[in-house]
Design a protein around this ligand. Sequence first.
Ligand code: SF4
Length: 418
Amino acid sequence: MMMDDISNTTTGRRLTRAVRVGALTVGGSAPVVIQSMTNTDTADALKTAIQCAELARAGSELVRITVNTPEAAAAVPAIREQLDRMDVDVPLIGDFHYNGHRLLADFPECAKILAKYRINPGNVGHGRKRDEQFAQMIEIAGKYDKPVRIGVNWGSLDQELLARIMDANARSATPMDAIGVMREAMVASALESAAKAEEYGLAGDRIILSCKVSGVQDLIAIYRELSRRADYPLHLGLTEAGMGSKGIVASTAAMAVLLQEGIGDTIRVSLTPEPGGKRTQEVVVAQEMLQTMGLRAFTPMVTACPGCGRTTSTVFQELAQTIQNHVRDRMPAWRVEFDGVENMTLAVMGCIVNGPGESKHANIGISLPGTGETPAAPVFEDGVKTVTLRGENIAAEFVAIVDRYVARTYQRKSRNAS
Ligand code: SF4
């Protein structure tokens, strides 16, 4: 019997231009970059710098801040200085709407310090002013050699362009439906603005595009089209994704389809934080999305079974959580000390049905006893049973085994490397 080759599931990364953002590269052969955005008042430089540092330490490789007022623009140098004092070198992106041309012109230090400008072509003015103000921002980007993201958002879609596309559609022999018109207007807004930016003198490898919508199918359709019609790097993200599991699921559903097709060079997960929730959650979700898809590795992954009627105690849930928290807590130090530790896989399993098998597939796994099973928990390291834990201290003993495994298995980074 002939068998299909199922070893390869992705279509390969779509080749885009490489755009330098600070010391990072977005697009080209660079890995998919994670970014996030602050929700502090940018004019409060200290608060904003602290949140930028939190996001960067959580793994955000670029951080965007809103620059909406003269006070916010004036605070940008102080934010950068504070971050430098905290030893956080994350590139800062300025998010501009309506008055970006004035702020960038009036606050040259802000323009110089930001690593990239986000320009929303739907929010740069109307009529002739629109072109003038857009040109002004592009000119400043060119002057300071900054890349820009032309960030279209369906909530602020250029209404003049939309009207033009609707008129053309009405005259077409094969008109699109309203959804098609909206999607085409988004794509056209991004591509026409990029063409104008190049016309105004910005190099093609200083432009990143995004077209954010809040519907999963819209996002997929728009980015497929954008990717077909241009080779600028694409910033992927569902706008206003929502809160909690809805925001996570919608973002993942949309972005995973595109990433699987090789579309997307940088991602942002736009979660609404729950009251008291952490802003850094969007970074964790972005990392987990890329890592579970096998596109990048950031933190050791813990596989845990869901539990069922064979596990009537909460021991296995508690152990899975303890291990998950332990690797997250240890990762900042492990990252500095050990090469490749982010690729480690762990398994915490609830009973003998799938426990030993799944544990053997992980680098290090434990199979806890289900209800009625002998109260013993075999531990597997690289597929080999090394010890069986019993008694009250299984969690602490397993954590110690994980730490020893890391120290033994991953190469120590040279502290004296120049
Ligand atoms: S491994 Fe055991 S406890 Fe976990 S889901 Fe499967 S049967 Fe249930």
